[in-house]
Design a protein around this ligand. Structure first.
Ligand SMILES: [Zn+2]
Length: 468
């Protein structure tokens, strides 16, 4: 049987400062090595000071993942030598002598299967190594310490996944959950990284690291499973090791033999005292947590009668659910939900388009209300929305500017119907014989009026003209 486990690293990108100093958590906007100080560089005599908000964010994540959260937590030094680690140790957490990281023993439901969360720990991100060319052949490696000390949460699962597809579904759920909690922006480059470990029936565990995206993780897992199965079939022993994903060649390559915990010479970080997270603090955190995606989805379906697949899209995406929440009222919730998940979703289908989009919740409710009061046809509302996304103009202005107001005046529509009857003699004969073909004529009227004619009235008028 295939067993896959994950180690996910997620930066707390919504925090102001790093985990143990006042350098910015958002290191991305700095020139290399310009977001550093004696603390995150580990200079002699400097002392770390723990970012309280990071502890709270990490505890919220633990709670959202159904974990046990302890009364007090401790930090440890994980010693290893690597150019991206300025102190030669990483301040992290370890579960020894009882549960002392921010959370443990949780789970996530993935398509009816419980994926167990073994532990969640708060730690600092190392710096970044930038290679010139492939990492195993490079002659030059650059080091940027701007990222060193950024608050990072490590989430470790049990090896509960049976295939790479389940892994992808889980990561999507997790990424939506972190975004919904307001602690991280998983879409930012490097904000969410995942390593996998893979073993097949009777085999040893192999870790895969250095995976740039979730898409690549799925590919790397597939590659690794195939590699292990082929070794197994030829009776070759699978070595316990760490392998790196080579993004260019799309293969995993052996990088070093796997370290055991004892290789890291963990010891207690005595510069940071034990941190107490009392019951009251945990109660407040729990109370202030945003509504979960699951409960939002349920509410949308039950209260507003929104279709389950529409509710899925709305609830799992923080941006869309916030738009929906502020745009709808009791009477138009279903229409707003449909407008977002059909028309709007098509116009802002990438992160870049979403960022420059000018659409607001006011636009959405104005559009839906205009359609419901027959000032605008459904068709024209789509044209208007496309323009709003670009210009942000009000619905009222667009109605005059774009001349898209709905035509409900009977005599005006009758005139157009007469023209169409002249032009489409055969279709008129067909419609008299086979009433189901009448939609062709309705379509012609809509075409001529650029979608402005009231479709219900148009159908009525055509039908009565056919009977004359
Ligand atoms: Zn610093």
């Amino acid at each position: 049987m295939t067993k896959i486990g994950l180690e996910i690293h997620c930066q707390l990108t919504k925090l102001e400062s790093k985990l143990f100093c006042s350098c910015k958590a958002n290191y991305r906007e700095f020139e290399p090595n310009h977001n550093i100080c004696p603390v995150c560089m580990g200079l002699p005599g400097s002392l770390p000071r723990l970012n309280q908000k990071a502890v709270k964010s990490a505890t919220s994540i633990a709670m959202a993942l159904n974990c046990q959260t302890p009364e007090k937590i401790a930090f440890f030094r994980k010693n290893y030598f690597y150019p991206d680690l300025p102190k030669n140790f990483q301040i992290t957490q370890l579960n020894v002598y009882g549960d002392m990281s921010v959370g443990g023993e949780g789970y996530v439901d993935v398509e009816g299967k419980k994926i167990k969360i073994r532990r969640i720990q708060l730690e600092e991100d190392p710096g970044r190594l930038i290679y010139e060319g492939a990492s195993d052949r490079t002659k030059i490696t650059l080091v940027d310490y701007n990222r060193a000390g950024t608050p990072l949460v490590e989430i470790v699962t049990d090896p509960d996944f049976e295939n790479p597809r389940q892994v992808r579904v889980f990561l999507n759920i997790l990424s939506d959950l972190l975004e919904n909690l307001g602690v991280s922006e998983p879409g930012l480059e490097g904000a969410m990284r995942a390593d996998g470990n893979v073993s097949i029936e009777g085999g040893t565990k192999v870790e895969i690291k250095n995976i740039g995206s979730f898409h690549d993780l799925e590919k790397a897992l597939h590659f690794e499973l195939t590699r292990q199965q082929s070794l197994h079939e030829r009776d070759i022993e699978i070595a316990m090791e760490t392998r790196h994903w080579d993004d260019r060649r799309k293969i995993t390559i052996s990088s070093r033999s796997k370290e055991e915990d004892q290789d890291y010479r963990y010891f207690l970080e005595n510069d940071i005292p034990w941190v107490k997270i009392n019951q009251e603090t945990r109660d407040i955190l729990k109370k202030n947590m945003p509504e979960s995606i699951g409960s939002k989805r349920e509410r949308y379906v039950e209260k507003y009668d929104i279709a389950p697949q529409v509710a899925d899209i709305l609830s799992s995406d923080k941006y869309y659910s916030e738009l929906f929440e502020s745009a709808h009222d009791e009477s138009n919730a279903k229409d707003i939900a449909n407008l977002i998940t059909t028309d709007l979703l098509g116009f802002i289908d990438t992160k870049e388009k979403r960022e420059i989009s000018k659409v607001t919740s006011q636009h959405l409710s104005d559009l839906v209300n205009a359609v419901n009061s027959k000032t605008l046809t459904r068709n024209s509302s789509k044209i208007a929305l496309q323009e709003i996304v670009k210009s942000g103009k009000s619905v009222k202005d667009l109605l005059t500017e774009m001349d898209i107001g709905q035509v409900s005046d009977s005599s005006e529509i009758e005139n157009i119907i007469s023209q169409i009857f002249e032009e489409q003699k055969q279709a008129v004969i067909d419609a008299k014989e086979r009433p189901e073909t009448v939609n062709f004529l309705v379509g012609k009227v809509m075409q001529k009026t650029k979608g402005k004619a009231d479709p219900v009235k148009t159908l009525e008028l055509i039908k009565s003209k056919l009977e004359q």
